[in-house]
Design a protein around this ligand. Structure first.
Ligand code: ACM
Length: 262
């Protein structure tokens, strides 16, 4: 399977520009799964809930239609973040889309910082989806700091975690080595670059998108400050064998009776 990411530099509120940038970056790319950053079409630093709501869309909106048309060109699925509207609620969501349409939507469970003022926390169970025989799980950015997220996806059978991000802290890429190693899964962390100075906030996004293998190896690492695209070929079987030696299996060896469940 060929998996990869597009590391973009979105302009706040300019969906058409952000679509064009992603399309241009991916114009010569063929891949089974490409991950784009969290909120790649809108930008991140909303100054009010109303502003986020104005950029929100349903599943028939322009962002998911754009992803569907892009998937026709890349020949596989795309996972990408968008502001999702359902009724009066808005979510920080990530869609998995193929040339046929939407395969699934994940709503960010662990909202970061002022996202709590803008979005309703995710209300859907973690799930895995099959793309070309490979099981794809989804999480978004700050979900990395809650190991339960990746562990749950691994228990559900995920081979690859599509992890769109808008990272402002430097810890995630190193943590993803552990997330992948402890669950023996692959992950694609697609981050953005650039700066957003809006309202009281001034964020510089840290790039360094990364593909991490089930054994903790970093298969691809993007620069910190420029748009970038990369793909790698993976043997997904690595993620299906949870043994780390003859005696240890990272899922089967768990001592659940000694863990607390709250
Ligand atoms: C984040 O969750 N966007 C840091």
């Amino acid at each position: 399977m060929i998996i990869g990411y597009a590391q973009t530099d979105p302009r706040f509120g300019e969906k058409e520009f952000n679509f064009s940038q992603a399309a241009e970056l991916l114009k010569d790319v063929k891949a089974d799964l490409i991950v784009l950053p969290e909120l790649f079409a809108t930008g991140y630093t909303f100054v009010s809930k109303g502003e986020a709501a104005d950029l929100a869309e349903g599943l028939e909106g322009p962002t998911l239609l754009f992803l569907k048309s892009l998937a026709q060109k890349t020949g596989g699925a795309l996972a990408a973040g968008f502001v999702e509207k359902e009724g009066t609620k808005i979510y920080n969501s990530q869609a998995l889309v193929s040339e046929k349409g939407v395969i699934g939507v994940y709503r960010k469970l662990h909202l970061f910082n002022k996202e709590k003022l803008m979005f309703t926390p995710g209300n859907l169970p973690l799930k895995v989806y099959t793309v070309k025989g490979v099981k794809i799980g989804m999480m978004i950015c700050f979900d990395w700091i809650f190991p339960e997220t990746a562990r749950t996806l691994a228990l559900l059978g995920a081979d690859v975690i599509a992890h769109g991000a808008n990272l402002v802290l430097p810890y995630c890429q190193k943590a993803m080595v552990t997330r992948c190693l402890e669950n023996r899964v692959f992950a694609v962390t697609a981050n953005r670059i650039g700066r957003e100075k809006r309202g009281e906030d001034d964020f510089t996004f840290t790039g360094a998108s990364q593909v991490t293998a089930f054994n903790g190896e970093v298969l691809s690492s993007a620069p910190e400050n420029r748009v970038f695209i990369d793909t790698v070929e993976i043997e997904v079987e690595g993620a299906r064998d949870k043994r780390i030696n003859k005696f240890n299996d990272v899922l089967a060896d768990r001592r659940k009776e000694f863990y607390i469940n709250t």
